[in-house]
Design a binder for this molecule. Structure first.
Ligand SMILES: NC(=O)c1ccc[n+]([C@@H]2O[C@H](COP(=O)([O-])OP(=O)(O)OC[C@H]3O[C@@H](n4cnc5c(N)ncnc54)[C@H](O)[C@@H]3O)[C@@H](O)[C@H]2O)c1
Ligand SMILES: CC(C)[C@H](C(=O)O)[C@@H](O)C(=O)O
Ligand SMILES: [Mg+2]
Length: 364
């Protein structure tokens, strides 16, 4: 809670790089309408993060940006990274020096990535019509602050043919337990099925993962639990996505599964995400990246950022009615046939990023 009291929520707006600023402008546009309609007030504080912060301040996560986030009620994030900063030492690059530290600093262990096929967009789904005839509605619950992303040791040593590099995949029982509970709690509000994605046939970490998930499941007898190896899961997602409800994943498998499920909805530009800690403080960002191939051209789909803003209202501020209204406005806009290029049914009739934001704002 900020010092502004119950009604005013302080949002740190970190647009970042590439398409980040373009899609952020549309999310703010929609949030502005939502505030008037639902009588709540947000204050926005903008700060640099990622490549732009390296350019302006010499580091990807300046202390001033981190302090702003600490003094805010939520973080609305765009995306970071891009070719301009790829030649820096890996630990100074935007992804590793800004996004991962932010997740770790605020203990944002629970990453929710919902993917569902919008009725009006079934033709944008790359799967055959008979496969998606029943639609799909998947929630990827991804562990976000541990696993191979953060395990130590991590390093590179030696030279010549003997040079080696290594990462460590490690999970503590408590880390698996808490993310599993989030998945089961979420499933209770949905179709009551959790599929835990692992690689317990090869990785010791994943043997513990499966064991802990089975233990947690005993407290949720009303929720069905299935286990699936990650290689099979990526295949089953394209064979029959309808079979999944909640997919519970470790950090790296969730990264991969969520991009795959995003594309099944029609575009990376549709997949929102919430990264939450146990106090429900959160960072809200599209699952996709800075999309350097389309940045600056007005081609980016702002829906993932707009739906991330909606998740912020729902999960961090408890403003469910406003969040529902934004989600419905997105759906209504898509149903009117208003599409950016990435999801266009008729490529000769597309709107740009700002026009998509305008249409959603006016539908709201
Ligand atoms: N959260 C983040 O900040 C984040 C997430 C993923 C990748 N990245 C970074 O972004 C950069 C580019 O990564 P990448 O190319 O692997 O993945 P990406 O998600 O940026 O792009 C993959 C493809 O999806 C398309 N796409 C993504 N978002 C879109 C949108 N809103 N509308 C329309 N099309 C969209 C892109 O045009 C591209 O063709 C890298 O530096 C990567 O590390 C950042
Ligand atoms: C940019 C990168 C560090 C990040 C991740 O791997 O978590 C991204 O791909 C994501 O999915 O949020
Ligand atoms: Mg990813």
């Amino acid at each position: 809670m900020s010092e502004y009291g119950d009604k005013m929520k302080k949002v740190a707006v970190l647009a970042g790089d590439g398409i980040g600023p373009e899609v952020m402008a549309e999310a703010v546009k929609v949030l502005d309408v939502a505030q008037k309609k639902f009588d709540f007030t947000l204050s926005y504080d903008y700060a640099d993060v990622g490549g732009i912060a390296i350019d302006n301040h010499g580091e990807a996560l300046p202390a001033s940006t981190l302090t702003l986030c600490e003094n805010s009620d939520a973080i609305l994030f765009g995306s970071v990274g891009g070719p301009k900063w790829e030649s820096l030492p890996p630990e100074q690059q935007p992804e590793r020096a800004a996004l991962l530290p932010l997740r770790k600093h605020f203990d944002l262990f629970c990453n929710l990535r919902p993917a569902r096929v919008f009725k009006s967009l079934t033709s944008a789904c790359p799967l055959r019509a008979d496969i998606i005839k029943d639609g799909f509605d998947i929630l990827c619950v991804r562990e976000l602050t541990s696993g191979i992303y953060f395990g130590t040791p991590k390093g590179r040593e030696g030279e010549g043919p003997d040079e080696r590099a290594y990462d460590t995949m490690a999970y503590k029982r408590s880390e698996i337990d808490r993310i599993a509970r989030m998945a089961f709690d979420a499933a209770r509000l949905r179709s009551k099925k959790v599929t835990s994605i692992d690689k317990a046939n090869v990785l010791t970490t994943m043997v513990l993962w499966r064991q802990v998930v089975i233990e947690v499941a005993k407290e949720y007898p009303d929720v069905e639990l299935a286990h699936m190896y990650v290689d099979n899961a990526t295949m089953q997602l394209v064979r029959d996505p309808h079979q999944f409800d909640v997919m519970l994943c470790g950090n790296m498998f969730g990264d991969i599964i969520s991009d795959e499920s995003a594309m099944l909805t029609g575009s990376m530009g549709l997949l929102a995400s919430a990264s939450l800690n146990k106090e429900k403080f959160g960072l809200f960002e599209p699952a996709g990246g800075s999309a350097p191939d389309i940045a600056g051209k007005g081609l980016a789909n702002p829906i993932a950022e707009i739906l991330s803003a909606s998740m912020m209202l729902r999960y961090s501020f408890g403003l469910d009615a406003a969040a529902d209204a934004i989600d419905n406005a997105v759906e209504a806009t898509l149903e009117k046939g208003i599409h950016t290029a990435d999801i266009a049914i008729d490529p000769t009739r597309t709107v740009n990023t700002a026009a998509m934001g305008d249409a959603i704002a006016s539908a709201l």
